[in-house]
Write a protein that binds this ligand. Structure first.
Ligand SMILES: Nc1ncnc2c1ncn2[C@@H]1O[C@H](COP(=O)(O)O[C@H]2[C@@H](O)[C@H](n3cnc4c(N)ncnc43)O[C@@H]2COP(=O)(O)O)[C@@H](O)[C@H]1O
Ligand SMILES: [Mn+2]
Length: 655
């Protein structure tokens, strides 16, 4: 059929007419029938041969035609690949070695020091997986990456202008900043008016010089409170400088013999200015409760992460008695509206957690409600265990210090939970227990972190306090009724303060001693405290084991390791770091051990200006400026030491 289609209908009809005419002539003029049959047969053979020949020619021409079309298609594809402004790389799936790339890739890498090898291919693929929609930069140009995993193809499209316009759009985001001068009231309380004018002018002149350096608009609302407005482009320059204005302000004030620092809260984003302003104020509050002398930044988006700068001096903000009194009153109201109260410390609670919990139990009882201190028998350290034994000696004590399992059964929908000595959800004694409460209060002396219970009815966080026990006892002192603690309770609270202050040698203020005096007046017994805090002989040996395996990793910085085949508890690790810090010339000490719970534990201690909190935060932990810690899973001691030393060395370079 197809062969017939090769000839036009006119040609076929004409050929058939000629064949018909020839055959008719043959029939008319041939003498015999047999000759006619022979002629007809010959004619048919000729016709069949012609058609077969035609068919063969057609087939050959068709193959040739297809081949030609293919060649043309391939040529134009090659020309497209050669000329299109998109780089294409085919790589080996196993080795990442580039197997082929188009000329545009040559142009991309031309003039750049980098070569397109397996490492480069790997890093492009890594970038693709890490940050989709982000651009890969090669020699000042930015490329959008597309990966075809199945065919092992990478496409790099030049997106420089798109990236630049995206960047300039980002830079035009609105920024609202709130600035507070830490300790302004304390500094200006007892000075003359002319001296106060000097302080005000120091603050204003410093802030105005920052405003003109960066180009932000500054507005003073009171002597100690300012706001600033700018766009993200300007903020990013302050970020690049790591908010050095905090350091400059601290230095300039110190030179003028006025001990002032700044706390800054910043937020930024598109439209919705009320929300940006609110986040800026929340961030300022966060900077203050974390101890002041720092900047806290967060974008106005739900998934934004909080960024911290500064915090390079131990807590500068002083807790005010007015606040403690106000919190005490608010607490009484919340307690009076609750059925009963359960109090928990952090995981593996220490004496400060127990001291604060016992004091808060006294507070709740004064408010006319029942309170239960909750503990987990699986998370008991020897000192705390000894103190619990003491509490259990009286019937009253026994009834109100309850195991976790029992506490689950006892609590009702209207029970209140008080978290003491911790404010990180991940650190709470038991996550399910925490989650089972609708009403929550937090009392803590650690700098507030991201992992904070946002729904707390009340949070009393004072990072300048020596201990959670100090905070709790102050609240108790401000209770509208006078308390009478038992000797055991008062001793445990004082032991908590003694623990966190290393027997009143660090982090103390005059308020710490006032609270200690109050506890003595309530019957706190030194001998009892000594026996509660005593170290067992076996533990002492383990602490020494860690101390003996220590070395300097930088000037003044010591790292000690527990034996990899031994397991240690928090206290042994913490005490090893404490002891190392007592050695001459040691500015910071880190003890790394295998914790009995299966993770690697680091306790970090330091003096004065060396911030171990940020180092521990960089390793997933936290704590205070001079005493911090972290827990690391699925690594061994040697690996953790390597990571730690790397961070320490980086910090050294930044100083
Ligand atoms: N993952 C974390 N995130 C945030 N903060 C954390 C984290 N892990 C720990 N922290 C805080 O870091 C500091 C230091 O902790 P540490 O374990 O090194 O030291 C605490 C106790 O282990 C230690 N301690 C307890 N009993 C004794 C004792 N009898 N003698 C000596 N030392 C002892 O003292 C530290 C108590 O600190 P506190 O909780 O601030 O009261 C710490 O703040 C962790 O909360
Ligand atoms: Mn504490």
């Amino acid at each position: 059929m197809k062969i017939v289609q090769r000839f036009s209908p006119v040609a076929i009809v004409s050929a058939m007419v000629i064949v018909q005419a020839l055959e008719s002539l043959l029939l008319v003029f041939s003498g015999s029938r047999w000759i006619a049959v022979l002629y007809l047969f010959l004619m048919n053979v000729i016709i069949t041969a012609v058609i077969l020949l035609q068919a063969r020619n057609y087939r050959l021409r068709r193959v040739e035609f297809i081949r030609k079309i293919n060649d043309e298609a391939e040529n134009s594809l090659n020309a497209t690949l050669d000329n299109m402004p998109i780089g294409v790389i085919r790589y080996n799936k196993e080795t990442y070695e580039p197997e082929w790339f188009n000329p545009f890739i040559d142009l991309i890498y031309h003039g750049d020091d980098r070569v397109l090898d397996k490492n480069e291919v790997k890093s492009i693929i890594q970038k693709y997986h890490e940050e989709r929609n982000q651009f890969f930069t090669i020699e000042k140009k930015k490329y959008f990456i597309t990966l075809d995993d199945e065919k092992n193809l990478l496409y790099l499209a030049d997106a420089t202008s798109e990236a630049n316009s995206r960047e300039s759009l980002q830079e035009s985001r609105a920024v609202i900043g709130s600035i507070s001068v830490d300790n302004y009231d304390d500094v200006t309380d007892l000075i003359t008016d002319s001296e106060r004018t000097k302080v005000n002018s120091l603050i204003a002149s410093n802030l105005e010089s920052f405003a003109s350096k960066y180009g932000f608009y500054l507005r003073r609302v009171s002597s100690s409170r300012y706001y600033f407005f700018c766009d993200y482009g300007i903020l990013s320059r302050m970020i690049e400088d790591k908010f050095s204005l905090l350091k400059d302000f601290r230095k300039n004030s110190a030179e003028s013999k006025i001990p002032l620092t700044l706390s800054v809260g910043v937020s930024y984003g598109w439209n919705d200015f009320p929300s940006i302003g609110k986040i800026s104020l929340n961030n300022l509050e966060l900077a203050l409760v974390r101890g002041g002398d720092q900047a806290v930044l967060r974008e106005n988006t739900p998934q934004a992460k909080t960024i911290y700068f500064g915090g390079n001096s131990e807590s500068r903000t002083q807790k005010s008695r007015t606040r403690a009194r106000a919190i005490s009153t608010a607490l009484q109201t919340i307690i009076s509206e609750s059925e009963d109260v359960f109090i928990v410390g952090h995981r593996f609670p220490d004496m400060d957690a127990l001291g604060a919990a016992i004091t808060m139990k006294n507070f709740v009882n004064l408010s006319g409600k029942e309170a239960y201190v909750v503990y987990d028998p699986e998370q008991l350290m020897p000192e705390v265990s000894r103190a619990i034994d003491l509490i259990n000696e009286t019937e009253e004590g026994f009834a109100h210090i309850v195991k976790l399992e029992k506490a689950f059964d006892m609590k009702t929908a209207n029970s209140l939970l008080i978290m003491v000595d911790h404010s990180k959800i991940s650190q709470t004694l038991n996550l399910d227990f925490y989650k089972s409460f609708n009403k929550l209060i937090v009392i803590d002396h650690h700098r507030r972190d991201d992992d904070f219970p946002e729904h707390a009815l009340l949070s009393y966080i004072e990072s300048s306090a020596s201990s959670a026990s100090e905070l709790a006892v102050e609240l108790l002192q401000f209770h509208e009724y006078n308390s009478k603690m038992t000797v055991t309770d008062a001793s445990i609270a004082l032991a908590g303060i003694a623990l966190d202050t290393k027997h009143f040698t660090k982090a103390t203020t005059s308020r710490t001693f006032e609270v200690a005096a109050y506890l003595r007046s309530q019957g706190a017994d030194n001998n009892l405290i000594k026996s509660i805090l005593a170290t067992e002989f076996e533990k002492y040996k383990k602490i020494n084991e860690i101390i003996l395996n220590s070395e300097y990793v930088a000037p003044g910085i010591v790292v000690a390791l527990g034996k990899p085949e031994h397991k240690y508890d928090n206290v042994a690790t913490a005490k090893a770091a404490d002891t190392l810090l007592d050695m001459a010339g040691v500015q910071a000490a880190f003890a790394i051990t295998n914790h009995q719970n299966g993770y690697i534990s680091i306790s970090a201690r330091s003096f004065k200006d060396y911030n171990v909190q940020t180092i521990m935060e960089a390793m997933g932990g936290g704590g205070h400026f001079n005493a911090a810690a972290t827990q690391i899973y699925e690594r061994n001691i040697a690996e953790v030491k390597e990571d730690l030393v790397k961070i320490i060395k980086e910090r050294e370079k930044e100083q």
